[in-house]
Design a protein around this ligand. Sequence first.
Ligand code: C5P
Length: 420
Amino acid sequence: MQGKRILLIVGGGIAAYKSLDLVRRLKERGASVRVILTSGGAEFVTPLSFSVLSEEKTFTDLFDLKDEAEIGHIRLSREADLVVVAPATADLLAKMAHGLADDLASTVLLATDKTVLVAPAMNVRMWQHAATQRNLGTLRADRIHVVGPDEGEMACGEYGPGRMTEPAAIVEAIGALLGAKAAAPRATPRLVSDSAKPLSGRHVLITSGPTQEPIDPVRYIANRSSGKQGHALAKAAAALGAEVTLVSGPVTLPDPQGVRVVKVDTAHEMLAAVEAALPADIAICAAAVADWRAADEAPHKLKKPRQVSEATLKLSLNPDILSTLAKKGPKRPRLVIGFAAETEDLIENATAKRARKGADWIVANDVWPGTGAMGGDQTQIHLITAQGVEDWPAMSKDEMAARLLARVADAFAAMRPAAE
Ligand code: C5P
């Protein structure tokens, strides 16, 4: 980090005090740090504290014309190797996502062409709110790097994800980005190396549950999927430190903690939500997507005609989400995993499915009613990869999820870095 120039933007939040420690650590490693303190940030820490630690003037909204003449906002960004926003409040993330520029911090963020790393910090409900998660999706698509937040006790007395990642982890993330500066990663780079959290900094996209395809306003086509497996996978990925987007069809399960949940009904909606969540490092399609939908959804409840004992429902083929995700191209997650639920010729059908859909791995399970796999808590799977078939013993869906995600983390660690 010797000689690198960091522009640190400190947003308003109790975590602002941690950014003092961040400045100290960066200086210790030989970096120079310039601080922009938002008016919210200045409510928690004074500009003077940052100036003392950074040995530079701290820039605030009191930025006057003289400053603008001496060092304009464009220069602030031009003279940096990396821009770091810590803490990044929900408000600052929203401004960034929408390109607002109504103060010095947001103006610099809109004007910069440098790599930007954000360390979000906010109340757990604000973090989990659909608007914040949508903004994060936009920022990720704009190649903004995200580190954290951590889960834990919050200043507001609540518990959950939303605490700003510790300064040591932010320093590590900064080091990783400076080391790989020229890279334009396809998905989120590995920012925090932590053996207990081997998927830190990775974005894992998971589909779960059934889809419901309306026939008329009161009837639909669906299946017996409970979403238990997909939701267990989301929990397991989050436990390994991943940023998880769970796109779920209608289920009665609670939303897993620390996971961004997008709720959909139909296959078309699921595909749209999946595409909006890209880029992702890993995609796991555990949803039991209805293959067919009613060709024409009736606007009113269909009537039963008198004296007619047969009727025909015309169906249209639904899009295949797994195949769409697995298509070669810049948006393809590096590891794409599908499920194959079969009631006969399990291994042959699943192996053929791996090739046909372009998935890297297929998790095959027998869903014959007697197995209890569909809707139950237990499962017995066969993992089909390019290397062959592994037969796993029967176990709970939670345990299978934990084991599969551990395999995913190992496989990912063994892969050659994309463009990091
Ligand atoms: O073809 P089949 O439905 O058996 O394939 C199962 C796999 O494909 C699962 O991973 C499932 O989530 C995925 N799939 C999909 N979109 C579909 C149908 C299946 O993503 N329309």
